[in-house]
Design a protein around this ligand. Structure first.
Ligand SMILES: CC(C)(COP(=O)(O)OP(=O)(O)OC[C@H]1O[C@@H](n2cnc3c(N)ncnc32)[C@H](O)[C@@H]1OP(=O)(O)O)[C@@H](O)C(=O)NCCC(=O)NCCS
Length: 184
């Protein structure tokens, strides 16, 4: 069953979102700096409505971003994984972490198995990341997972006002890199 999906890494567990993740989520989306490139900061009640997007995506589409949690303590660090709403410019693997979880390599550690999972389960031939050119931390993460800049893109309205670059890579490039060889 979808809700049983659980991926373990050295320090993390990736699993579907749960009610108990909301305090961390509300903290992330209440933080001006952390929420700047993911729709802007919002009050807790608005964050709850946004929080329901990922469980909704899992239920309706069969995939969504994983909750990324600490393997030892269960602390919710952020969310990362496949995201493909109506009108999106491609098969995104997206990410957003609480500020307290930045700078520790958690997003990089979670990205590899989440990308593996997306390629193994969704029939995708490529992935993208939609990134504001000013979001240096996200650009660095895209580079760390081996994605490259594919040029400017557009999100669907009402998000089309924001400038984004599409970063990404093909399935072939991803698996070649995992095997340690350079894809053509
Ligand atoms: C984008 C985002 C997830 C990147 O987080 P991050 O903490 O920079 O990325 P990682 O978790 O992979 O950590 C990498 C950093 O940890 C450091 N690090 C420490 N221990 C590490 C380890 N064991 N392994 C790898 N890196 C480690 C790295 O040196 C790097 O720091 P640096 O950038 O100063 O060199 C984060 O900035 C975020 O959530 N931003 C707000 C939401 C957002 O904008 N999302 C993207 C929308 S497109």
């Amino acid at each position: 069953m979808t809700s049983d999906i659980q991926i373990e890494t050295e320090r993390l567990i990736l699993r579907l979102p749960r009610r108990e993740d909301f305090d961390g989520y509300a903290e992330l989306f209440g933080d001006e700096e952390a929420a700047r490139f993911v729709g802007g900061a919002m009050v807790r009640a608005a964050a709850w409505r946004k929080f329901l997007q990922q469980p909704g995506a899992w239920l309706v589409q069969g995939f969504g971003m994983f909750s990324v949690t600490d393997k030892q303590t269960g602390e919710w660090y952020g969310q990362l994984g496949p995201w493909l709403p109506e009108g999106w410019p491609g098969n995104e693997v997206g990410w957003a972490f609480r500020r307290a979880a930045w700078g520790k390599g958690y997003a990089t550690e979670a990205a590899a198995p989440a990308i593996d999972w997306a390629f193994a389960n969704l029939g995708w031939n490529n992935i993208i990341h939609c990134i504001d050119p000013a979001n240096t931390a996200s650009l660095a993460l895209a580079r760390r997972v081996g994605s490259t800049n594919q040029g400017p893109g557009k999100l669907p309205p009402p998000l089309d006002e924001h400038p984004i670059e599409i970063w990404g890579q093909s399935r072939e490039q991803w698996f070649a890199r995992q095997r340690g060889v350079q894809a053509r």
